[in-house]
Ligand binder design. Structure first.
Ligand SMILES: *Cc1c(COP(=O)(O)O)cnc(C)c1O
Length: 246
């Protein structure tokens, strides 16, 4: 094994141990947490090394990059996640790629376009609703930072979510969020707790939707997210190292 491959293998093992330890702290079963290795900007060889180390789920954030990489890795059994913001004009391309899960559904317009293209393709698409529960302006997602206090924001959110839920070719599998980058990692905890509460409220609103997934937690904050109920963590740098700045 090359030294780069050895580093990735050691990183994968370390991340898995940290997920297991976080689960143990709160009495969760580590099997409930799906690790998605975020391979954006990483070369094919790094993905192959991570697969060799046992990773099967990979996340990409740009359609063009996914469309380039995925066909070159079909000799491996991999599951691909689209985790980045998707412009609605790229909905068709997203439906045509073999994504297991789209984490970043963030508008009704995008939902409607995905639904229409999924119908044409004769498939259903599993999606997560990306929610901005921190209120940070730079973060995407449905506005949901004050749904508990602000009746107008709540009404709008509920209205939108019901419309997405009514689209026949999309399966809403849960919620996704990104926490702000904070010096004090512990300060991300309320953001993850807010997403978990939002899921409970949506379950009350739409009892037919089980919403099994909470996709939350990245390299710096995944242990806190796991303690707060993450079922999917999206981890890039802690597995692959720093991304190239090109
Ligand atoms: C890049 C990215 C990640 C992974 O970030 P790291 O800090 O490298 O772990 C997770 N989620 C999304 C949406 C991303 O764009």
């Amino acid at each position: 094994m090359s030294s780069a491959a050895q580093t990735i293998a050691a990183n994968v093992a370390a991340v898995q141990e940290r997920i297991t330890a976080a689960c143990q702290r709160v009495g969760r079963n580590p099997q409930e947490v799906q690790l998605v290795a975020v391979s954006k900007k990483m070369p094919l060889q790094a993905i192959r090394s991570a697969a060799q180390a046992g990773i099967q789920h990979f996340g990409e954030n740009r359609i063009e990059e996914a469309r380039d990489k995925i066909p070159q890795l079909t000799d491996l059994t991999l599951h691909w996640h689209m985790i980045g913001h998707l412009q609605s004009r790229k909905a068709k391309a997203a439906v045509e790629l073999p994504f297991t899960l789209l984490h970043s559904l963030d508008s009704l317009k995008l939902a409607q376009r995905l639904d229409a293209f999924a119908q044409d393709a004769g498939r259903r698409l599993d999606v997560l609703l990306e929610c901005n529960v921190s209120g940070e302006a730079s973060k995407g997602g449905w506005q949901a930072h004050e749904w508990e206090q602000n009746a107008a924001q709540r009404a709008e959110l509920w209205h939108n979510m019901k419309q997405v839920a009514a689209l026949p070719h999309l399966n809403i599998m849960g919620l996704m969020t990104m926490a702000p980058l904070l010096q004090d990692i512990e300060a991300t905890r309320p953001v993850f707790q807010a997403l978990a509460r939002l899921r409970e409220a949506l379950r009350q609103l739409m009892p037919d939707l089980p919403l099994p997934h909470l996709s939350m937690g990245m390299s710096d904050d995944f242990e806190i997210a796991v303690e707060e109920g993450a079922s999917i963590v999206r981890i890039g740098r802690a597995i692959f190292g720093e991304r190239p700045v090109v």
